[in-house]
Design a protein around this ligand. Structure first.
Ligand code: TYM
Length: 328
């Protein structure tokens, strides 16, 4: 069976952007493929994150992925830092990545501009670690949002370069993007991506937000001039809300347009808030049980890390042999 791989990094808490852009497809793909999903904790230390916060975010995220329906019986779930082959392969792949290629990554440029006091080498090499994550498991498909597309392209370039230099070793992965919602925008700045660590949390709806918070954030969402609920490039605010409604209510954009014709922005915002909050309430109930069960979480992590290590070691050994390292 072909393999699907994806990961999310616990720099902050999961958002509806993560759900719509990636997790929804991650869930759907478990029906047809062997799916491997990771909490990418190694990726989160490119920013200054207090250890207690990292630990908590990691466990929250791991539990929430299970609560959202990623059943550890049906897919392989693990923490990246518990499988050392990710870091080992990343070093090797660093030597197959050009400085100029890494420097062109827009996330690197954005993030270094935002935090000029901490432009560390890890931030620079971040997409190479991401390539290692994917290539270790021979993944054919990678469900992600639009903001990760450039990183995926780099992973493809690295894989092809290695394959051409030695012999076919890595599967060259393809990105899978949602048809609707590949880039959910911030509620307070519809031209920017909704992010986990945005300065103002009012622009981001977190999967663990309670109903009052969700309603408040949607009611205050920035909308555009005019009053009609139509999807268009000139109306990024209302289009973003329509996208969110469409995903959570399982309706097409056309259906949403028809349903809300003649209604004002204020009522529409309430409708969006409600459909999102209802969904989140169900997930949160499940989440509370899983997050409290330390023994269960430890067991899932243990099993996941051990199965992933087995698979990852096979690829890493092959790579090390091809590169010319002496085997003990
Ligand atoms: P991260 O943790 O920033 O985001 C996790 C996933 O959510 C998607 N996403 C969005 N989609 C739509 N709208 C948004 N506003 C939005 N915000 C985030 C992201 O595209 C991503 O799919 N580097 C990755 C984690 C990673 C990874 C990997 C992904 C590490 N190794 C290997 C795939 C394969 C990241 O920081 O994602």
């Amino acid at each position: 069976m072909e393999i699907v791989y994806s990961a999310l990094k616990p720099t902050g808490k999961l958002t509806i952007g993560n759900y719509v852009g990636a997790i929804k497809n991650m869930l759907a793909l478990t029906e047809k493929y062997d799916c491997i999903y990771t909490v990418a904790d190694l990726h989160s230390i490119t920013v200054n994150i207090p250890p207690a916060e990292l630990r908590e975010n990691t466990l929250d995220m791991f539990s929430l992925l299970i609560a959202l329906g990623l059943d550890p019986e049906k897919c392989l779930l693990f923490l990246q830092s518990q499988v050392p082959m990710h870091s080992e392969l990343a070093w090797i792949l660093n030597c197959f990545t050009q400085f100029g290629e890494a420097r062109r990554m827009t996330q690197f440029k954005d993030k270094s501009a935002k935090a000029p006091e901490n432009v560390n080498v890890g931030l620079f090499a971040y997409p190479v670690l991401m390539a290692a994550d994917i290539l270790l498991y021979g993944a054919s498909y990678v469900p992600i949002g639009k903001d990760q597309q450039q990183h995926l392209e780099l992973a493809r370039t690295i894989a092809e370069r290695f394959n051409n230099r030695y012999s076919p070793t890595f599967v060259v992965p393809e990105g899978i993007y949602p048809k609707v919602g590949a880039k959910i925008a911030s509620l307070i700045d519809p031209t920017a991506k909704m992010g986990k660590t945005d300065e103002n949390p009012d622009g981001t709806v977190f999967l663990l937000d309670d109903k009052d918070t969700v309603m408040r954030k949607f009611k205050r969402a920035v909308t555009d001039s005019g009053s009609e609920i139509v999807y268009s490039a000139e109306k990024p605010g209302i289009s973003n809300l329509m996208t969110i409604y469409s995903v959570f209510a399982n309706k097409s954009i056309d259906e949403v347009e028809n349903m809300f014709r003649g209604m004002g922005y204020a009522d529409f915002k309430i409708a969006v808030g409600e459909v999102v909050a209802d969904f989140l309430a169900l997930v949160q109930r499940e989440y509370a049980k899983i997050r409290a069960d330390k023994a269960y979480l430890a067991e899932v992590m243990q099993k996941g890390a051990s199965s992933a290590s087995y698979l990852a070691q096979k690829t890493l050994s092959k790579v090390m042999r091809k590169v010319g390292f002496v085997k003990l």
